[in-house]
Design a protein around this ligand. Structure first.
Ligand code: FES
Length: 126
């Protein structure tokens, strides 16, 4: 008889992360355009992404069962940029500076409270 158990399958005894592996993802659009059209990169989205990663790590929120900070291409809401979106809540943010990122980390990613003042207006798309 062969062992049909996948090599990375866990057991109940494992210190398993949350069912979705991460509790939350935040995706930052880092898209850059060279044709003059609006894009999140022109607002230094990379710095915001790096700030978020750093703050999440410092707060002890990074890793399985917690928060994952990810790069993304165009999220097709360029008119509201720079934007980031948090899942599983599907909450969209339009941020301006580092203090906005810090507030998203502390309020939403750490405590589950949406930062109302930074919500992307629902009608803004590309
Ligand atoms: S360039 Fe950022 S949403 Fe499109």
């Amino acid at each position: 008889m062969t062992n049909s158990t996948p090599p990375h399958s866990g057991t109940q005894a494992d210190s398993a992360p949350a069912p979705g592996y991460y509790q939350r993802h935040i995706f930052f659009c880092l898209n850059e355009r060279s044709n003059g059209e609006a894009c999140c990169a022109q607002y230094d989205a990379m710095a915001a992404f790096e700030r978020c990663k750093s703050q999440v790590k410092t707060a002890g929120l990074a890793g399985p069962g917690q928060v994952r900070v990810n790069k993304a291409g165009c999220l097709d809401r360029c008119a509201a940029g720079p934007v980031a979106v948090v899942y599983p809540e599907a909450v969209w943010y339009s941020y301006v500076d580092a203090s906005d990122i810090d507030e998203i980390v502390e309020s939403h990613l750490k405590n589950g409270q949406v930062v109302q003042r930074l919500l992307t207006p629902a009608h803004l798309g590309r």
